[in-house]
Design a protein around this ligand. Structure first.
Ligand code: SF4
Length: 373
């Protein structure tokens, strides 16, 4: 059996839709107050027990939202999860609820991984995206606090046209702050993100090569809804060239970002996250109301944990078994890198209504479409 056929590697639980922020690109279209139908404390505890009972290696559980601090029972749920032997990450919003005392309490309960969103290199872009003046400064202060407390810190950045030229400056800021992991989301037009410009396939290719450069400087880089980053990473290893811009015919965006990043540091060893996980392939998402999705960006319900176990849905739902078997359509179905990459299933669905279709953000897909005309 393939590695992720039986149980997921990562379970994202959208503990609530409630959040004090109103970000322009929010996948969850989060609300200031919780929506009705949220899993209760008892249902959350039962979900945790079930996940803890999945076959080894046990999945990592990420408490996301909305803002997980909007759940009054957050500490009880986290304590139950870590007590059951699960590794737990949290993904809180930067609001007045994110206090040193709250984070110390989570640390004492065994939480070590925290992810925080940062969408610009300065206040103009970040505050504009978040819709709150002064939020950039609060986010930088939160990152400094979390680094000093010893958390394994991940920054999430959503790439869109309005911030794509700031990526090198964001990378430099993360290096300066001591953030070890950068998870870069390539926007998929769902939730409030449907109103924000996605970058073009050419830009996505340039950004992917730039992210390989960032990883080569010592930061762990992952992408969300852009698994073609793994294809680019592999191509860079295969080519092993000094000048990727010329070798791969990259655009001005790559040249500018790469020049701003500066030379590779000889004392750092690069690392990119190249686990071949993807939507429904090692990753599963439980929404606030118990609905199960292959990812938080793929609004196809696979069932509900109120009716069926998560393990059963994950192992047997036909969409997930098709995804894991690699039964993809279009250019993704015939791509040499399909097993490593597989394309964003959420973007394929958002664009064509077919979750097994090709990922229109990938340059290879665009080239195949152009060749077919
Ligand atoms: S064509 Fe599809 S599988 Fe191949 S690299 Fe692009 S997104 Fe990935």
């Amino acid at each position: 059996m393939a590695r992720y056929d039986v149980a997921p590697h990562l379970v994202f639980w959208e503990t609530t839709k409630a959040c004090a922020l109103a970000c322009r690109h929010c996948r969850a279209s989060a609300q200031h107050t919780a929506l009705p139908g949220e899993l209760s404390t008892a249902e959350g505890l039962a979900l945790i027990d079930e996940i803890a009972g999945l076959p080894a290696p046990r999945p990592i559980m990420v408490f996301t939202g909305g803002d997980c601090f909007e759940r009054p029972d957050l500490f009880e749920l986290v304590e139950h999860a870590t007590g059951a032997g699960l590794r737990v990450g949290v993904s809180p919003s930067v609001t007045p609820r994110l206090t040193p005392a709250a984070m110390q309490r989570l640390y004492a309960l065994g939480v070590r991984s925290v992810s925080i969103s940062l969408d610009g290199a300065g206040p103009a872009t970040h505050d504009g995206v978040r819709g709150i003046e002064g939020h950039f400064d609060k986010t930088v202060a939160a990152l400094e606090m979390l680094v000093s407390m010893g958390f394994r810190l991940q920054v999430n950045t959503t790439v869109m046209r309005r911030n794509v030229t700031e990526l090198a400056d964001i990378a430099a800021l993360l290096e300066r702050l001591g953030v070890g992991i950068w998870e870069v989301f390539f926007l998929v037009g769902v939730g409030r993100g449907a109103n924000v410009d996605e970058i073009s396939p050419e830009m996505a290719e340039d950004v992917s090569h730039f992210l390989v450069d960032v990883a080569n400087r010592g930061m762990t880089v992952r992408t969300v809804e852009a698994p073609f980053f793994r294809r680019v990473h592999e191509q860079r290893l295969e080519a092993d060239v000094e000048d990727p811009a010329t070798h791969f015919g990259l655009g001005e965006l790559y040249r500018e970002l790469s020049a701003e990043l500066g030379p590779r540091r000889a004392d750092r060893i690069g690392h990119s996250a190249t686990l071949a996980t993807g939507d429904g392939r090692g990753i599963i998402f439980v929404a606030h109301d118990g609905e199960v999705h292959a990812s938080g960006f793929l609004p196809v319900s696979l069932g509900n944990v109120r009716d069926e176990t998560l393990g059963s849905i994950y192992a047997t739902h036909s969409l997930l078994t098709e995804l894991r078997a690699g039964h993809l359509g279009g250019a993704c179905g015939v791509c040499d890198y399909s097993r490593l990459c597989g394309g964003s299933r959420a973007r394929a669905f958002a664009r064509s209504g077919d979750a097994l279709g090709e990922d229109p953000a990938c340059l290879r897909v665009q080239e195949a479409q152009t060749a077919a005309r």
